[in-house]
Design a protein around this ligand. Sequence first.
Ligand code: PGA
Length: 265
Amino acid sequence: MKDVYIYCNWKIYLDDEQSESLFRSILADLQSVNHYEKGPNINLTIFPATSSLRSLSEINSNSNFANKKLKISIGCQNIHYEKHGAFTGETSIMSIQPYCTSVLVGHSERRNVFGEKNADLNKKTSLIINNDLEPIICIGEPENVSKNDAEAYLREQILSSIANIDISNQVIFAYEPIGSIGTGFATETLDVNSKAEFIKDTLIQNFPDIDLRLIKILYGGSVNSENITDYLSLSNIDGVLIGSSSVVLEKFQMIIDKIISKSHI
Ligand code: PGA
């Protein structure tokens, strides 16, 4: 049975009070499934809006939550690629580092709405790794492209994100085809598994020294309680990045129930 990574991107769906309340409910709910036997080990990371990072981190550390099979961490949705300086409105890695373990890099909304470029994302990845945090590099092709074009697009995103970076800690790639994010149209499992294999092959071919055990691959895009175990069962997938289904307590509970009742993931 593999360890699974359940990463929840809360975007700016909730205000601070709602985030704290949902997080407390999630912790209480997970306490009650404290002794599940069958399912896989779960690494759960919540990525709240940046303004809630500190309070969620404090709630987490004060919760005395202890479970050998379930680890709960807090992550950050975005940082600036410079450590400090004159960058009005940005968030520095120094200000979030005490409160989180992971940082998303290049989510498609960052790339498409805010125009982030591969070169900037390489700088962010480097900064995150140099500060001992875990980067989750989000990649994914646009809608309606051919298989060849999709692969070329992904190759460019993969190679540019980690070019000239020494990877000796864990790095996560989140494969999120743009047409599946927030649309309700999750990508077919066969396609997800073959794209995840393509990501691994691209890494091996271009970074011969890379230790694939340090690379984890998540799928993201309209994951919910109905389809989650299909993705977690795929041979090349280690976890999922969940958006809207992770900000509603009942939906989140159904997701966790599905995972812990599955003995063969
Ligand atoms: P979704 O979002 O689960 O709402 O499709 C996924 C994401 O944006 O990472």
